[in-house]
Design a protein around this ligand. Sequence first.
Ligand SMILES: [Zn+2]
Length: 173
Amino acid sequence: MGHEPPVVEAGVASGLCRAQRARRLANLLNLSTPLGLAVARAGGARRRPGPYGLVLAEGYGFRFPVAGAFTVGDVIVTASTFDALLRRHPGLLAHEERHSRQYAVFLGLPYLPLYTLAMAWSVVRTGDRSSRNVFERHAGLLAGGYVERPAQPLTATLSGAVNLLRTRRSPRR
Ligand SMILES: [Zn+2]
C-alpha cells in the first residue's frame, strides 16, 4: 500500500473564499470528491493541489471519458497535463470549478445521471455533447474549449436517427 499524499487537506488555509470552502466540504461529504480521487487513483494519475481548492490529476491512463479533462467532485482529471491544456484553454480550471460547484448543488452523485441526460439532450438538439447541455453552458462553453453548434430542426434529428437504425439493421459483411 502506498502512502496517500494529503491532497484534499492541502490548501485549506491558503486563502480560499467561503463559497469554495463550502463546496469542498459539500463534495467531501456527498462522496463525489472521494469518488474522483478513487477514479484518479484507478487511472494511475498523479495528483497535486490546484487553484480554487481543486485537486489536479494528470496522466490518467484510460481512454474514457474522451474529453480533454473531466471533473468528479473537486478532482479534475486529464490524460494529458494541465500545463498543456491551459496553454490551449486558459479558462479551463475556472470552467471545471463551476462543474465542481454543480456537484455540490446537486448533492454529489445524482449530478452524474443529470449531466448524462443534459448531454443526451444536447446531442439530440445539436449533434454535439455540449452546445445545449445546460451544465456546460453554465460552466462556460468557450472557457471549456467548446464551439457552440446551432440547434438543428427536430426533423433532421429524427431522419438522422432513422438512418442510424437502418444502418444498424443491415446485415454485417
Ligand atoms: Zn465542462
